[in-house]
Design a protein around this ligand. Sequence first.
Ligand SMILES: Cc1cc2nc3c(=O)[nH]c(=O)nc-3n(C[C@H](O)[C@H](O)[C@H](O)COP(=O)(O)OP(=O)(O)OC[C@H]3O[C@@H](n4cnc5c(N)ncnc54)[C@H](O)[C@@H]3O)c2cc1C
Ligand code: SF4
Ligand code: SF4
Length: 464
Amino acid sequence: MHTIENVVGQGMCVGCGACSVVTGGRVPVKIGRRGSYEASLAAVQSADVRRASRVCPFSDESRNEDEISQPLYGKDQPHDPLLGHHQFTFAGRIADDGVLEGSSSGGMTSWTAAQLLARGLVDGVIHVGAASPGQGELFTYQVSYNLADIQLKRKSAYYSTTMADALAQIRGDGRSYAVIGVPCFIRAARLVGEEDPVLGKQLKYHLGLVCGHLKSQWFAESMAWQAGVKPDALESVDFRVKAKHRSSNDYDFGAKGTDDSYLSTKPTQALVGGNWGHGMFQLNACNYCDDIFAETADVVFGDAWLPEYKSDSRGTNVVISRNENLNTIFAEGQAQGILRLDELPADRVAASQAGNFRHRRIGLAVRLADDIREGKSVPLKRIAPGIEGVSARRLDLIRLRRKMSEKSLQSFESAKMENNINVFLKTMLPLVRKYRNVEFGGAHKRILTDYKSRLKWALASLRR
Ligand SMILES: Cc1cc2nc3c(=O)[nH]c(=O)nc-3n(C[C@H](O)[C@H](O)[C@H](O)COP(=O)(O)OP(=O)(O)OC[C@H]3O[C@@H](n4cnc5c(N)ncnc54)[C@H](O)[C@@H]3O)c2cc1C
Ligand code: SF4
Ligand code: SF4
């Protein structure tokens, strides 16, 4: 059985902090060597380790997404192997373009959190926002108790954080909360709620974010360094600056130095690491994840990466709601003209994350098989390990991507030590070229094969 000892020992910890919360802080979760939060089990008593293992989203001792979501939503909601349970699936955005500018995508996540607060359904929202200057980090989990604070903490933080302190801070304060997080954090929050009835009562709404993978804090530093702001002078970043007249997935990255009065921006795709397909700075935990649509959350928000929405730079969310109260809130928002919503069939919602599914279904099966062959312990996933039926090109891409995640962390560590970003760039650029060759070389070959077979068919029909 893959337990929390294996998770921590093999560097698979995502830093959620659930283990810390249920042990009253006796399992410390701190920033590790590679810019991401990690738990440490050194000197932890065995009763605490077992309790921690029951809430760890990568341990076989914890309940998985199906086991958690079935009693919550299974009674009256269909289940889809890609989406999980779903009651209402749609694409949408808030109608006020001025407000929308300050959100990553369609602004539905912060709008929904604000509605829960405004309607008195919760007293506070636990979510990630910019840290105060001098805190040593750019983003942290924080608690918002008013609408202005929710508005201040918008946009996606592709940045390692932990819920440990925020959950410990609110525990037992007699108030109710909505928690926002990526799928494994939401699973962890659900597990904490099951293990600790005090927090279980307080966490009333779970709002998920669709997730491709999580990045080490070094991702922000690397992108900022390439945009002209060195790590030791970095004050803040904006991972999603919307670019008018470009498609919604072609956004800019912004960085501000301590002495700068403005945000220096560069197109994300032009920076090394900006292509999510390359998996740079990805946490190792994400190599073992099969939950894209936060299957244990009451609602999940993502980007509508679909042709009919992508061309609009303002951004549009895909949303899966699993909660009647939230469905009513969305319907009222639409009726009042505050939201613009289009119902979307489940298969279109799944299609919006096609690349994600390749990485977390086919890719996961391959990575599990590779690890098992190397004698490593792996968590029990809902996807069986195996490489059967996977094309040679896809195998190459999956393995290369994994290597790029690892190399990006190694080479950025050296770049920081030598105070020279070129150390990172010189390592990664040849790998980027190699990835492109495998990705598009395969396409060229397929086109050539297709062309040859068409030619053969045409010649054969001429002869007839
Ligand atoms: C690590 C990560 C990976 C993602 N990968 C994908 C993907 O592959 N495909 C996809 O479609 N969408 C992905 N998303 C979601 C996407 O980036 C947007 O966050 C989502 O579409 C919501 O946009 P919005 O305009 O509704 O949110 P906004 O109105 O901008 O509000 C965002 C809300 O989320 C909170 N928040 C931001 N980052 C975090 C965080 N790390 N942890 C907890 N709360 C946070 C903020 O505090 C705020 O309340 C990812 C998000 C994250 C954080
Ligand atoms: S993944 Fe979360 S619960 Fe598991 S060890 Fe890491 S911090 Fe603790
Ligand atoms: S990819 Fe999975 S493991 Fe990684 S942060 Fe997202 S939900 Fe968590």
